[in-house]
Design a protein around this ligand. Structure first.
Ligand code: RIB
Ligand code: CA
Length: 315
């Protein structure tokens, strides 16, 4: 039985691979894409989502724009590792969409999907958690219709945007705290500690580009992001953070998770946005979130490659 999936996203190069993986996975039915500010502005993340679904031949999937800014405090504008347009400056190489953004806002689309679903819906949240926090605040009665929320975010041993905080949680710590701490919904957090170990090489990307036109287009979006990660990693590769999280959404259990009590630092000190995980004791109660700490790294890379490599092949 397929899992209805909503992807909440800020495309974003790794978001593009994550969206493609969702489209390529028969285990899920992608029923909605909601966009949020993050890697670039909401206008650009939304335009990128529309172009990516045109590339993937899935303009049947509604795209609804959500939050253009965090819940409470403004986020410092930064140059993006994803390039000025969010896709290494190559968004224009993707097809023009032939339909408009959905007239509903992101929260309304998510509400409508949840109300209409005949089984629990998975939400994969791979950007700042503002839209998800707003959904849960505005429609608490719909919590029971959410099967799980898979969140790409957090870093147990340091961050990427600051020494303490990972980008998605740093963008809107208050929203992250609402979703990860204050709401009673099953959440799996896929932190950068694990996604970083699943980095893919430039050779992997070259091989993917040779599988199909779609593969070549996806890889064509990576130059700025690859350049950033060459410096981070110290070798010729990049981290598909969001695709690792979507792999868990489409194949539950591909990542090995353990439940821990967590918090999110919302003060304005140097640790703002940090995911605080109490690893002193595995949480036995329902409190806490599942944190993905292990996977078969090579197997995961192969899973993602095989799925993306099949895109654009003649049916
Ligand atoms: O820290 C990684 C996360 O931040 C990913 O979702 C990436 O797309 C960026 O948004
Ligand atoms: Ca993202």
């Amino acid at each position: 039985m397929t899992i209805p999936l909503i992807l909440d996203t800020d495309p974003g190069v790794d978001d593009a691979f994550a969206l493609a993986l969702a489209v390529a996975s028969p285990e899920v039915s992608l029923v909605g894409v909601t966009t949020v500010f993050g890697n670039v502005s909401l206008g650009s993340t939304t335009a990128n989502a529309l172009r990516l679904l045109a590339l993937l031949g899935r303009e049947d999937v509604p795209v609804a724009a959500g939050a253009a800014r965090p819940l409470v405090h403004p986020q410092a504008r930064l140059s993006s590792a994803h390039g000025s347009d969010g896709l290494s400056g190559f968004a224009h190489t993707l097809p023009e969409p032939t339909r408009e953004v959905d007239p509903r806002d992101a929260v309304t689309l998510m509400r409508d999907v949840l109300v209409a679903a005949d089984r629990p819906v998975t939400i994969a949240a791979v950007g700042p958690l503002t839209n998800v926090a707003l959904l849960l605040a505005a429609h608490p009665s719909l919590r029971s219709r959410i099967g799980r929320i898979v969140v790409m975010g957090g870093g147990l041993d340091g961050g990427n945007i600051t020494p303490a905080a990972e980008f998605n949680l740093w963008c809107d710590p208050e929203a992250a705290r609402r979703v990860l701490v204050e709401e009673d919904v099953p959440v799996t957090v896929v932190p950068m500690d694990l996604t970083g170990r699943c980095a893919v090489s430039a050779q992997w990307l070259t091989a993917l580009a040779e599988t199909s036109e779609v593969g070549a287009k996806l890889v064509g979006l990576t130059p700025d992001y690859l350049a950033t990660y060459r410096r981070f990693l110290g070798w010729d590769g990049m981290v598909l953070h969001d695709a690792v999280a979507v792999a868990e959404a489409v194949r539950p259990g591909i990542l090995k998770s353990t439940r821990f009590p967590v918090d999110v630092e919302c003060s304005f000190g140097p640790a703002r946005g940090a995911l605080v995980v109490d690893r002193r004791l595995e949480s036995r109660e329902h409190l806490g979130v599942d944190i993905a700490l292990e996977t078969h790294v090579e197997g995961l890379r192969e899973f993602v490659f095989d799925r993306l490599g099949a895109l654009g092949q003649a049916d």
